[in-house]
Ligand binder design. Sequence first.
Ligand code: DSN
Length: 422
Amino acid sequence: MSDLIFDLIEQEKKRQTEGLELIASENYVSDDVMRAMGSVLTNKYAEGLPGKRYYGGCEIVDIIENETRNRLKELFNAEWVNVQPHSGAQANAAVMLACLNAGDSILGFDLSHGGHLTHGSPVNFSGKFYKAHFYGVNETSGRIDMNVVEEKAKATQPKLIICGASAYSRDWEYAEFRRIADSVGALLLADISHPAGLIARGLLNDPLEHCHIVTSTTHKTLRGPRGGVIMMGKDFENPWGIKTPKGVTRMMSAILDSGVFPGTQGGPLEHVIASKGVAFGEALTEEYFNYTLQVVKNASILANTLVEMGYNLISSGTDNHCMLIDLRNKDVTGKDAEKALEFAHITVNKNMVPFDDKSPFVTSGIRIGTPAITTRGLLDTDMPRLASLIDRVITNYENEDTLIKVKSEVNDWMSNYPLFSL
Ligand code: DSN
């Protein structure tokens, strides 16, 4: 039977296939990851955890969820994980609900400098329920200054410090964050949603060694289905002496599990959990390790090429999969650049840059990432060509003829890189 929704899905498949995908938080999953997500597991209710469910008939989903948990533990060398959060935002909500009381102070990375909504933005639950304070980047270096983080922590005495970002191209000093967190008696949370895959395979500093709790999405560099997870390198006794009804001191694992369910979620999405398990299995392979190496290499070459072309990258480069470009010296806003690039079938997102003088709807910058194009198969030698296509669009953003020519070049180029067999 024909259904408009399926026609539209085909159109979206075509869009993804024909264009260059440079949104730093997107990727293309494997057919197996999609197969698990579209499976009969979507029919099953399974509130609770494996072995402790509130529904019958969970014997098979229990095995699936345990296998997914074990794969994630192996991937990150984690002692404890919860694979049920529906998203990164849900994972952060569960951690905060579990660990904080309304009105507690938290300290996170400023959204307008590259942070995330759920790290204390006033328009998000995290800024409405908690007293949010922020650290940012140094205006000259574009990097987080740990002295400022320490000063802010001392001044605001947060109960939770959050490291992690949506648009920060440098690695994080987790050991230093932990020293600061300990000095003010705060819990330390790392949200590694963006670089998770690169961390898992050892290309960036390891937060699990230093942070009390780590959250992540599963669909960015990790290349799994849309979803979230919570992890701890080591379980520990909750620092506030919260008791169970039986009076036994609860471990953080129990507190965090209850933050997910019943704290912030009902039934877990077992089809997505199965799909996460397939993706974690893929992330443990040599092939995925080589993929992560190429993601970082592509980002580094693309960033250096753009800098050589006169683009102003925040912090002048990248350690990971993404870069943030301040377009003010190119006389184009982030909004107009995004629109022109979209017309040419190059997808990016407009993004605030640190100390931006424009609104979040206009912005002075764009964010670019290499996870998706690397899955597609682009290599070192393709990066100069990509930089030149981006440059042609940005320097001619109002010239429709040029945009049409670039679009046709992009479509021809991408026709050599097939996607999806499902
Ligand atoms: N929107 C995600 C990103 O693009 O980084 C974060 O929520």
